[in-house]
Design a binder for this molecule. Structure first.
Ligand code: GLY
Length: 353
């Protein structure tokens, strides 16, 4: 898979202009959602907006579906898009995932660029080439891995995020800290989430995105080490789906943060992670992310949800990515039901429910 060019941009319009000039596309389409259109679209600048056609889809993950995708394909067909066209995806993970898939499949593929407008999108969805839509009630069930040509990360967009959405993105940065090295983990621990230093943020984002890029470069199609990026996600996704089924959806990053607590415990129990790192990780999450309420009556349902995790191999085992230390990831670790339940007990005790 081609390497994406990543900009940590201080001048969005100039960087986008130079990307477009360098690619010389036939025609340009900007995909965005209704909310992002209001808040961010004009920041791309008149010169680009005058050359591009804007495609708008409804905001929200429930619209990351086949209907929205078909509406994008239809717009492209009706507006003479070709393989030489360029798609610019401006939005959070929902837009970059769906837009990446639309671009990758239209006439068997046109180039696309991602401009994430959420922190979560910047450090995760926009980077690494995973694209797709939800289908039949399952998240990201249909999609392809095909990288955008570039990702332009413009940190001033994240100043307007509410604190919950900021923390949702920061959860993936916590994960990147745990799977990378001591320096990045120390930076993560030292960053003050109660008084965000927006001057330092671009540096923190760069560091975090580089962790993901390094992993994706080695294993773009997730045959092996890319599964490291799923730390916290086996149980996190189960929390996320369970919250959704209860009609009380949680932000993705919050679910991952909560999921990291039992997975840190499993790392301690089964992979030799030290008690000190277990404590550091758990207190960082507990102090900032509160808790998702579960009781032991929910364990069987959560376990059932974990059996659908994409890392599993269809033989009934649940496979985790765990850490033995900072940056020391072990993948495909089968954990028995009894130990998973024990990790959920640990989660409940840790967050005090
Ligand atoms: N979100 C994890 C990955 O891109 O592999």
């Amino acid at each position: 898979m081609a390497i994406q060019k990543i900009y940590i941009s201080t001048n969005l319009q100039a960087d986008l202009e130079s990307e477009i000039e360098g690619r010389n596309p036939g025609n340009i389409f900007i995909l965005t959602d209704s909310t992002t259109k209001k808040l961010c679209l004009n920041q791309l600048g008149e010169s680009i907006l005058s050359k591009a056609k804007v495609i708008e889809i409804p905001a929200g993950d429930d619209h990351k579906n086949i209907e929205s995708l078909a509406s994008v394909w239809l717009y492209l067909t009706n507006n003479n898009a070709t393989r030489k066209s360029l798609m610019i995806n401006l939005g959070g993970g929902m837009v970059t995932d769906l837009g990446g898939f639309a671009a990758s499949t239209f006439k068997r593929g046109m180039d696309y660029i991602n401009i994430p407008t959420t922190l979560l999108g910047a450090v995760d969805a926009a980077v690494g080439g995973k694209t797709g839509i939800n289908f039949n009630g399952l998240k990201n069930e249909i999609g392809v891995i095909n990288s955008s040509k570039s990702v332009i990360i413009y940190a001033p967009f994240f100043k307007t995020l509410d604190h919950h959405n900021f923390l949702s993105g920061y959860a993936e940065m916590i994960k990147h800290g745990l799977i990378s090295n001591q320096k990045i983990w120390d930076d993560i621990l030292a960053f003050n989430l109660n008084n965000i230093d927006y001057d330092r943020l671009p540096y923190m984002i760069k560091e975090s995105v580089e962790v993901k890029e390094e992993v994706v470069k080695i294993d773009p199609t997730e045959k092996g080490i890319r599964k490291a990026l799923n730390f916290g996600h086996t149980i996190g996704h189960a929390f996320e789906s369970y919250a959704m089924k209860q009609g009380n959806p949680a932000l993705h990053g919050y679910a991952v943060a909560w999921g990291m607590i039992p997975e840190l415990y499993l790392s301690f129990k089964k992979a030799g992670l030290s008690k000190d790192i277990l404590r550091e990780g758990v207190s960082l999450i507990k102090e900032n992310y509160g808790s998702f309420f579960i009781s032991c009556k929910d364990y069987d349902k959560l376990y059932e949800l974990m059996t659908h995790d994409k890392k599993n191999e269809g033989d009934g085992r649940i496979l985790f990515s765990l850490i033995s230390g900072i940056g020391d990831v072990k993948i495909n670790i089968n954990i028995e039901k009894q130990n998973i339940f024990e990790s959920l007990d640990f989660y409940c005790d840790s967050v005090g429910i």
